[in-house]
Design a protein around this ligand. Sequence first.
Ligand SMILES: [Zn+2]
Length: 169
Amino acid sequence: MPNYENFPAANAKYVETFDKGSLPLPPSKKLIVVTCMDARVEPAGQLGINLGEAHVIRNAGGVAKEALRSIVISQRLLGTREIALFHHTGCGMLTFATPDLQGIVKGAAPDNAEVAKHVDAIDFLEFSNLEESVKSDVKFIQEHPLVLENTKVTGWIYEVETGKIKQVV
Ligand SMILES: [Zn+2]
């Protein structure tokens, strides 16, 4: 059965003890966490972040460039002032190069020019070295003209094998 069919029952259970309905919109820790969409990454538990305390921006890899739109909204409209960027061991982003994925997508729709046009326009922003990717993403954030100047930016690696975090920047 599709997963969504479990949602109502799971939600009913959640609602039984839910008492956080009056939290303010701006994150109380003024914190943004940028991290991967990986199913083994769970920032709330792994970093001790509670409901209402931080913006967690997730995408494939936890890539800063893709997170930028959300960072600007978070900083300028909702008052966040600190950014912690996480990449993690065993990340899928370490396993392919953009042309490979473009080839997979195009191969599944041969002779479809629309598909080719759209997928060829996407840089999937993969990386090959974790520490380097964290450093370059932190640098990207620190140097970006749309990110507030006094933002405290740190860079981290999360280990899916141990649950441990390591600060890189
Ligand atoms: Zn990942």
